[in-house]
Ligand binder design. Sequence first.
Ligand code: FES
Length: 172
Amino acid sequence: MYWTKRHVFVCTASHCNQKGAMDFVARLRLEIIRKKLDAEILINNCGTIDLCDMGPNVIVYPDNVILRGVTLKDIPMLVEYLRGGELPESMVINAHSKDEEQRRSFYAEAITPDAPRGVDNFSALALEHNLDQAWIDEQARRGFIARKPTEDGTGTQVTVTTKTRTRYRLLP
Ligand code: FES
């Protein structure tokens, strides 16, 4: 934003909120005011960023950085970073983070061959990649996969959506 040096968004949607995001954002905002940084650093809540199982998540612009799994004890480190200190690398998630590479590799396998899979087959493959049913259900809610009845109506099949293929760089 043109009048701030950094614009910070803290996801306070349901999953992140269940893990303390509202408390986190309130304390972070207070700390920024206490340190007299509030003229340069704006803190806002935001909705989900589709990394629900990793939250609470924080996005920092213009750095284009996402920090995952933040807790109250991370606030001093985060404030230091926001005032120009070191990026807390261990909390950063990006396309090359271990978790995201794991998901990319799972989805790459799930679309090979590129045809819908039966739900059980899809779940078994996910499990091989250490991704459980709760994660699959969340992926469905977030639109990363679509579940549809099979053509003969006897079962359910799973399709990997364009959203996923775009995010995980799996488009041809
Ligand atoms: S609830 Fe925070 S990323 Fe989805």
